[in-house]
Design a protein around this ligand. Structure first.
Ligand code: LMR
Length: 399
């Protein structure tokens, strides 16, 4: 009898394990479209100049590394609020937003999930069909039942908006509705502004609790543009959660830089919420990372770094759009009569290709092109050196 012999073997994570398998593939022409990471045209994860400069300025300072408070650095928390809601948004002045720095936006999702489990124990969570592979696991891991609402229209390539609203309008009050604020993962298909506006009365009338996931800010239509949803919901006076990430927008994946904001009814409620969020943080990881706070606070708060950052985010977004156009052009030429227009209309890092799991397996085995088995590709893994070859490989595996 051993202590651990009865454990189930871990099947691995559909995204992270695939990314690990890619690293060990010896084929020189391999292409990584598996994980939501931005690679530059040379296939490298860029170090943004603004981040490099922020780190240099941090190094030149005192250098002491005390614990941050449970809620993280005040400078970062204030900068996050201005970034998400706009510096002049009345919700900021009213003090009704509780924001804490978290360990990536995954940390924000986890802290939010534990908070819901503790303080809204009857609430269950609804995620889009489909959603990021880890959403369900995260909320279920916190002990919350997870269901899905209709979202992606596989036939038309858009959102099944009427079906989505009908489903949400029938939920029990205080149900949690997880929504992708921009750059929907995995489909790349977002709600339009009109649809967001039409969603507000549904959320309000059913007293639903929106939980926005904003991991790809800047990769859709722009930094401020991609924050349309939190700004709208806050203006409409709703209470909601938003977990946001700097992993992608600042290319600081391993720094685990993220935040969780809870927009409340008023300042007093926000203070209560922040207190209980701190209690949850203390029980999980005590406090977040000081280096992440330093980078984000400086890049968002120092004018020269902010200017560099905004230009870099725009350049990354434009490069992805160029890759979308190339993929579309090669595939349309190779497979005349088929409509690949979705590559052009989907937003952010991901495209949902409709490739089946066996086709995905063939792409990996025969062509060294890695993507998750749902058929999602990370367009940011394409570059001028591999896009044509990748498009030809895709053309070869589809009928
Ligand atoms: C993805 O969806 O590929 C990214 O969000 C990375 C991850 O943690 O899954």
């Amino acid at each position: 009898m051993t202590l651990f012999g009865h454990l189930d073997p871990y099947a691995g994570d559909p995204i992270l394990s695939l990314n690990e398998a890619f690293q060990t593939d010896a084929r020189a022409h391999k292409v990584n479209l598996s994980i939501g990471i931005y690679f530059d045209d040379a296939g490298r994860i860029p170090v943004l100049e603004c981040v490099h400069l922020a780190e240099a300025r941090m190094l030149a300072e005192d250098g002491a590394k005390p614990y941050l408070p449970m809620e993280g650095a005040l400078s970062m928390r204030a900068a996050v609020q201005a970034l998400l809601f706009g510096a002049d948004h009345p919700a900021l002045g009213s003090g009704r937003i509780a924001t804490l720095q978290t360990v990536g936006s995954s940390g924000g999702l986890k802290v939010g999930a534990d908070f819901i489990r503790r303080w809204l124990p009857a609430s269950e969570v609804w995620i889009s069909d489909p959603s990021w592979d880890n959403h369900r696991a995260m909320f279920e891991g916190a002990g919350i039942a997870v269901h899905s609402y209709p979202y992606y229209d596989a036939a038309g390539g858009g959102v099944r908006f009427d079906a989505m609203c009908t489903a949400l309008a029938a939920l029990p009050p205080r149900s949690v509705v997880l929504l992708h604020a921009c750059c929907h993962n995995p489909t790349g298909v977002d709600l339009t502004h009109e649809q967001w506006r039409a969603l507000v009365p549904v959320l309000r009338e059913r007293q639903l609790l929106p939980f926005l996931d904003l991991a790809y800010q800047g990769y859709g239509d722009g930094i401020a543009e991609d924050a349309f949803a939190p700004r709208l919901l806050a203006s409409e006076g709703l209470s909601f959660f938003v977990a946001n990430s700097f992993s992608k927008s600042m290319s600081v994946y391993g720094e685990r830089a993220g935040a969780l904001s809870v927009v409340c009814a008023d300042r007093d409620e926000a203070a209560l919420v922040l207190g209980q969020l701190k209690a949850i943080v203390r029980r999980i990881y005590s406090s977040p990372a000081i280096h992440a706070a330093g980078i984000v606070s400086r890049v968002l708060g120092e004018h020269d770094l902010r200017t560099l950052w905004e230009a870099d985010v725009a350049a990354m977004r434009m490069r992805i759009l160029a890759m979308r156009r190339s993929l579309h052009a090669v595939l349309s030429a190779k497979k005349p009569g088929r409509d690949f227009g979705y590559f052009l209309t989907q937003r952010g890092m991901f495209s949902y290709t409709g490739l089946t799991a066996p086709q995905v397996d063939r792409l990996r085995e025969e062509y060294a092109v890695y993507l998750v088995r749902s058929g999602r590709i990370c367009v940011a893994g394409l570059n001028r050196g591999n896009v044509e070859r990748t498009a030809e490989a895709i053309a070869a595996v589809i009928d």
